[in-house]
Design a protein around this ligand. Structure first.
Ligand SMILES: Cc1cc2nc3c(=O)[nH]c(=O)nc-3n(C[C@H](O)[C@H](O)[C@H](O)COP(=O)(O)OP(=O)(O)OC[C@H]3O[C@@H](n4cnc5c(N)ncnc54)[C@H](O)[C@@H]3O)c2cc1C
Length: 394
C-alpha cells in the first residue's frame, strides 16, 4: 500500500522502522498470547505490551509524547495490524490512538491532557468512544449541575468498552451535541454486556451504561456549534479513512489468496482462474483494488495537505468496504465446499468485513453523507444561485 509514487517518498526511516517492528510482532501467534481465551478479545495488559513494543501514540505529535509519525504512521501501523488476521485489534487501536488522543489534544486543556494522555500512550489507560444510542428516541443526555456534568444513557457495541478506563461519550447537552469524558470508575458507570461477535473478535465490544454519572464540568471536552462539528468530523474522518485502509488490506490479502487458489485448482481441464467467468471476476477485483489505492492516496492527501474530507472519506469507506465484501463473497464461492468450513480464509475475512460495514458509521450512513454533499454542491453550482449578485461560491 504505502509503496506508491505519492506515499513512498513521504516514508521516513522512522516509518520503515515502525513497519519492521510492528510486522515482526503483530502475528496471529502474538495475538493468541494476549487473548482472554482462545478466540476471545485481548486482555487489558495487551495494551501495555503494545506500548512496550513502541506501537502506541504513533501519529501523536512528539510534544505530546507521541512518535510524531502522523497519519502515514497510522497507515503503516494499520498495514501491520492486518497481520494478526483479525480486524478487531486495528479498530481498538484506531479508537485509542486516533480518536481518544485527538479529543484530548484538541481540547486544549493542559490539565486534562497531562492527566490522561501519558496513560493512553503508555497503555496504562484504555479508551472507548461511546456513540451508539439504543434509538433516536433515547439519546444519552448531560446536564450541568454546579461545577459538575451529569451523564445518563446507554451506549451499544462500544469497541474497547469492557477494557476501557476512559469513555468519550456523545451526549445531548442542553439540546446540543457534546463529548464528555467519563472515567469508567465513576459511580453510575457499568458495563452490562460484553457481546459475543461474528468477527473482529480480538477486541471487546460492550454495552456501557451511564446512570447519572457525575464528572467535573471541565470534562465536557467538546461542545456546541461549528467547533464541535469540525472536531467531530476530524476524528470520524480519520477513523473512517483507517477503516477504509483496513478493508483495502483485507482485499489485497484475499485477492492474493484466491488467485493462488484458482490458479492451482483445476476443474474441467483447466485452472479455475482460466474460465472466463472467473477471469472477469478476478480482473474486476484487481481493478477495484487499484481504485481503492488511488482513493486512499487521494484522501490521505486531503487529510494531510488540506481540502474537503467528510464526503470524500465517507465515499471511500463505502467503496473500500463494499468492494472487499464483494471479493470475500466471490472468494468464498471459489473455495467451493471449503468456503463453508470454519477454517476458510475467505469466510474469516467476510466476518471481519461485516464488522467494518457498521463501525465508524454504517454503509448506509456513508452514502447518506455523500448524497447530502452532492445535493449541497448541486445547489451551490445551480446557475440561478451562481448568478445571484453578492453570492459567493465555494
Ligand atoms: C465492529 C463494530 C464496531 C463498532 N464500534 C462502535 C464504537 O466503538 N462505538 C459506538 O458507539 N458504536 C460502535 N458500533 C456501532 C455502530 O456504529 C452501529 O452499529 C451503526 O452505527 C448502526 O447503528 P445501529 O446498530 O443502531 O443500527 P440501526 O440504526 O438500527 O440501523 C440498521 C440499518 O438500517 C440502516 N438505516 C438507518 N437509518 C436508515 C434510514 N433512514 N434509511 C435507510 N436505512 C437506514 C443503517 O444504515 C443500518 O444498515 C460498532 C459496530 C460494529 C459492528
Amino acid at each position: 500500500m504505502v509503496s506508491n509514487s505519492i506515499l513512498t517518498p513521504r516514508l521516513t526511516e522512522a516509518h520503515r522502522d515502525l513497519s519492521r517492528r510492528a510486522s515482526d510482532c503483530l502475528t496471529p501467534q502474538w495475538l493468541e498470547q494476549w487473548r482472554t481465551a482462545p478466540g476471545g478479545h485481548i486482555r487489558k495488559d495487551a495494551w501495555r505490551e503494545l506500548a512496550r513494543r513502541g506501537l502506541m501514540g504513533v501519529s501523536l505529535p512528539v510534544e505530546y509524547s507521541g512518535q510524531g509519525l502522523g497519519l502515514l504512521g497510522a497507515l503503516v501501523l494499520g498495514e501491520a495490524l492486518a497481520g494478526v488476521g483479525d480486524g478487531g485489534l486495528a479498530l481498538g487501536m484506531h479508537v485509542q490512538n486516533e480518536i481518544a488522543c485527538d479529543w484530548l489534544v484538541s481540547a486544549q486543556d493542559d490539565e486534562l491532557r497531562d492527566r490522561f494522555l501519558p496513560g493512553l500512550v503508555s497503555g496504562e489507560l484504555v479508551a472507548c468512544q461511546c456513540d451508539t444510542d439504543p434509538s433516536a428516541q433515547e439519546p444519552a443526555t448531560a446536564v450541568i449541575v454546579g461545577d459538575e456534568v451529569v451523564v445518563t444513557g446507554r451506549k451499544k457495541f462500544v469497541v474497547n468498552g469492557a477494557n476501557a478506563d476512559l469513555c468519550f461519550v456523545s451526549v445531548q447537552l442542553e439540546g446540543e451535541p457534546a463529548i464528555v469524558l467519563v472515567e469508567k470508575a465513576t459511580s453510575g458507570v457499568r458495563v452490562t454486556e460484553v457481546y459475543d461477535k461474528f468477527g473482529t473478535r480480538s477486541v471487546d465490544s460492550a454495552l456501557v451504561e451511564f446512570d447519572s454519572a457525575r464528572v467535573p464540568v471541565r470534562q465536557v471536552i467538546s461542545r456546541r456549534g461549528i467547533s464541535q462539528l469540525m472536531r467531530w468530523n476530524r476524528v470520524m474522518s480519520r477513523m473512517r479513512f483507517l477503516i477504509a485502509a483496513d478493508a483495502f488490506f483485507t482485499h489485497r490479502m484475499l485477492l492474493e489468496h484466491i488467485v493462488r487458489h484458482t490458479t492451482t485448482r483445476e476443474l474441467g481441464g483447466r485452472p479455475l482462474a482460466q474460465w472466463p467467468v472467473n477471469q472477469h471476476a478476478l480482473a474486476r477485483a484487481r481493478a477495484d483494488q487499484e481504485l481503492m489505492e488511488a482513493g486512499l492516496t487521494e484522501c490521505f492527501l486531503r487529510l494531510t495537505d488540506g481540502g474537503s474530507t467528510v464526503p470524500e472519506i465517507a465515499e471511500l469507506k463505502w467503496f473500500c468496504v463494499e468492494k472487499a465484501t464483494e471479493l470475500a463473497s466471490l472468494s468464498t464461492d471459489l473455495e467451493g465446499g471449503a468456503g463453508y468450513m470454519w477454517g476458510s480464509t475467505a469466510l474469516h475475512a467476510h466476518a471481519q468485513l461485516r464488522g467494518l460495514r457498521m463501525s465508524g458509521g454504517s454503509q448506509t450512513t456513508m452514502l447518506t453523507i455523500a448524497n447530502h454533499s452532492m445535493a449541497c454542491r448541486a445547489e451551490l453550482d445551480a446557475p440561478a444561485l451562481a448568478a445571484a449578485p453578492g453570492r459567493r461560491r465555494g
